[in-house]
Design a protein around this ligand. Structure first.
Ligand SMILES: [Zn+2]
Ligand SMILES: [Zn+2]
Ligand SMILES: [Zn+2]
Length: 189
């Protein structure tokens, strides 16, 4: 009687890695080019994000995908560094604590500060709301979703455009963050 263990082991990851080497290289290139040509950046991003949040995804596929991206120079070693970085930093713009692994182009958000409209003021059409922070005049429909700043958290003052209304320095806010200073997580052993 044949045991279950005697069946051939699935070589899925290996077979995939081998199938696109040598003579099939140009075919793989053509398939990837066709795929990229027929996929919007948004669709591609959404597909990758959805796949990576799928708990059933095979770890070998994730590892192959990452090594493939690194191999062709799309992903860089800075991502490894960020993921392993356990330093708790203080953002010099929004003054929130953050870890570099959670940092990204939508992490640091500063809302506009609207002027206070005195009670009884006649509202003009189309209604706009002036902002005190940067002088922008936003239509009422835009104001709730428009922000003064959206980008990456930073520990460098050179990256921050301070103003006296909504982007103040640590000293002005009297918060604990000091430029260049980082708070390291206590390693509990
Ligand atoms: Zn503003
Ligand atoms: Zn920030
Ligand atoms: Zn601060």
């Amino acid at each position: 009687m044949q045991s279950v263990a005697a069946r051939p082991i699935s070589q899925r990851g290996m077979a995939k890695a081998i199938s696109f080497t040598g003579g099939n290289r140009s075919e793989a290139m053509a398939i990837l080019k066709y795929y990229l040509t027929n996929t919007t950046p948004q669709e591609f991003y959404a597909a990758v994000t959805t796949a990576l949040s799928n708990r059933m995804i095979l770890s070998t596929d994730v590892e192959n995908f990452l090594s493939g991206l690194e191999g062709i120079g799309v992903a860089t070693s800075s991502a490894h560094t960020a993921v392993r970085d356990n330093v708790l930093r203080h953002c010099l713009r929004c003054h929130q604590p953050y870890m570099e692994r959670d940092n990204g182009p939508r992490s640091c958000i500063i809302p506009h500060i609207a002027h206070t409209i005195p009670a009884g003021t006649e509202v003009v059409q189309p209604p706009t709301v002036g902002v005190a922070c940067c002088g922008a005049a936003l239509s009422m429909s835009v104001a709730p979703i428009s922000v003064h700043f959206m980008g990456r958290h930073t520990t460098s003052v050179e990256n921050v455009e301070y103003n006296p209304i909504n982007v103040k320095t640590c000293a002005e806010r009297n918060c604990a963050g000091i430029p260049g200073n980082v708070v390291v997580f206590a390693e509990r052993t």
